[in-house]
Design a protein around this ligand. Structure first.
Ligand code: HEC
Length: 145
């Protein structure tokens, strides 16, 4: 009497789809990805590079413009700076032309500035670098995404 006790296939499929939906982040649409830094150069798609960027940077955007930061914030900014310096260089492997490459290098500069500001625990400079980094993400997306 398997037919009576087992769940109809359509219900199982629907439940599996619902579970997948519930597990995916609905607010941030990009998948979370934290590829080890040493493996970033081996990534084979621009999406994977971008997902690595948003995974580390998105949680920090809310701190743009704050009057002061904690040591924990500076540690987090340092990690963003280190990672985005590597990913920004990788972006150029998926070049869409000179303007695109220039924006990737601009992102690299902002990451370096954020790193220096975090090491110095300079709140004004860190907030500015973070804000300029986000603006650079947006600038490239509005032109090339
Ligand atoms: C040099 C240009 C450029 C810069 C700078 C840039 N992006 Fe992107 N990004 C793109 C392009 C182009 C796409 C679309 C890629 C595609 O769909 O193939 C994209 C897509 C994305 C996506 C969607 C990926 C997916 O899985 O669909 C996310 C998330 C993202 N970028 C985050 C960021 C963040 C965060 C930054 C800044 C730290 C950033 N990007 C900076 C060009 C850029």
């Amino acid at each position: 009497m398997a037919m009576k006790t087992s769940r109809p296939l359509i219900v199982s499929v629907a439940l599996a789809a619902l579970a997948a939906l519930a597990a995916s982040p609905l607010v941030a649409c990009a998948p979370k990805l934290s590829t080890p830094l040493a493996d970033i150069p081996k990534l084979t798609s621009l999406d994977a590079v971008m997902d690595n960027q948003s995974t580390i940077a998105d949680p920090q955007w809310g701190k743009i413009g704050a009057a002061s930061y904690t040591d924990g914030d500076y540690t987090a900014f340092g990690a963003v700076a280190e990672r985005i310096q590597v990913t920004s260089l990788k972006i150029k492997d998926f070049s869409k032309g000179p303007e695109f490459d220039a924006l990737a290098m601009k992102l690299n500069e902002k990451a370096k500035a954020l790193g220096a500001a975090s090491t110095a625990k300079d709140a004004k400079a860190a907030g500015a670098a973070l804000g300029e980094m986000k603006a650079t993400c947006k600038e490239c997306h509005s032109k090339f995404k």
